[in-house]
Design a protein around this ligand. Sequence first.
Ligand code: NI
Length: 167
Amino acid sequence: MALLPILRYPDPRLHKIAAPVEHVDESVRKLAADMAETMYEAPGIGLAATQVDVHRQVIVIDISEDKSQLLTLINPEILELAGEQVCEEGCLSVPGVYEKVSRAERVKVRALNLRGESFALEAEGLLAVCIQHEVDHLQGKVFVEHLSRLKQTRIKSRLAKQARITA
Ligand code: NI
């Protein structure tokens, strides 16, 4: 396994649209394993392939405390959204920024697992937020784009300043 570099907002590559995976083969399983390692190392609770500059529809999520519930979603498709919740979100591509975002409270999603089998999953609360956040990434959308233009501008300039200090 290997740690993968994570793209940082406002990198334009975060806006690429991910293509569906045609065959769940060894390369996809390797990508998912590397993504999981990268997510745990960060640490984070979700990572989309887009964030590691691979534009294929692969997501890893683990909202458990003890890293015991790794969920891999390949070609995720949201079937149903219901209710509403406001949750403070962060993102490994937007370090240090936490903002409230309004999302559906419940989500039903269909995806392929690492064996290429189709399954459906119903989630609520934090897991539902996480799935919506990561599916957004595959569609080229970063969570800050749910915020006002003013907030987005502030976040961009703050991250640009941080990047200068780090460099
Ligand atoms: Ni994110």
